[in-house]
Design a binder for this molecule. Sequence first.
Ligand SMILES: Cc1cc2nc3c(=O)[nH]c(=O)nc-3n(C[C@H](O)[C@H](O)[C@H](O)COP(=O)(O)O)c2cc1C
Length: 317
Amino acid sequence: MKRLLTLILCLTLVCACGTTLGEMSGGVQAFESGSDMLVMCFSATDNTWDVAVKIAALTGADIFRIEPEVPYTSDDLNWRSSDSRANKEQENDSCRPAIAGLPEGLDGYKTVFIGFPIWWGTVPQIIKTLIETCDWQDKTVVPFCTSGSSGISDAIQDLKAMDCGAQICEAGRRFPAGADEDEVRRWLKEIGYLKEEAGMNRMIITIGDSELTVRLAENESAEALKDWLASGPKTISASNYGGFEKVCPLGVRLPSHDEHTTTQPGDVMLYASNQIVIFHGNNSWAYTRLGWIEGKTNEELRAILSGPETEITLRLE
Ligand SMILES: Cc1cc2nc3c(=O)[nH]c(=O)nc-3n(C[C@H](O)[C@H](O)[C@H](O)COP(=O)(O)O)c2cc1C
């Protein structure tokens, strides 16, 4: 499927631009990596694209540039003018600028990084076009952006509010224009997507007939959990608590560095050093992060984690 994607995009490039991938500095790009991760990026002036390219290189993901059907001119991007195209689009909630072309074969990707510049505190409307055009069921979306100074949290909330079926990763990151590779690497390491660590960094939770894939955090607690599971799967007791979590005593103590956290569905946390807590709702308390569940919607998490099962099995992938 990805071969098809690569071919289509290469042909598009050769036909549309009369050039080759190697000669291109912008436009649609894709290359086959064998990865189940894709970086998709809209970037009007290349700041976010530069970050996208670094993410693809550091994760081994494929990469795809989202091009508007009508390219933005510099006048269109004049945020100081209330008449500029970008400003008018942002003011119009129902505006959905058309995208020039989308990758076929999106189905083959489990994790999609979505990059964009911040426009008026949130995602450009063309990102909403993207979200509404594709099927995001069972995918994890990891947002990233560049901006003059605004953060990414409003954009993440706006993406979540679209309820597209993907799990939107709360650990999305804002970068300044010209962010260096180390900064991008640190973030990817923190969220467990750095290439050299991928594959060693996942745990499977079995609950009844369901399996949840957990991307483990990069910290001492997750390392200790991996050491504990290195000798084989462990089955432990589990109970539902508070209408928002499944709590499971480990029977061992792990190192912890608790921080006050408001949990999101899919968070896997260590509580009191000796209990693993798996969230399908929100709670504010002091926890140490162990990881994030990948590729499940909030509804799926709720159904799986609020069921009657009284034990779970943990194993490394
Ligand atoms: C229409 C418009 C609105 C913008 N709004 C914001 C904003 O609210 N906050 C901010 O920090 N930067 C804002 N910026 C600056 C861009 O987010 C920033 O320059 C970004 O790095 C551009 O990325 P790009 O080169 O990938 O398009 C805005 C830029 C434009 C064109």
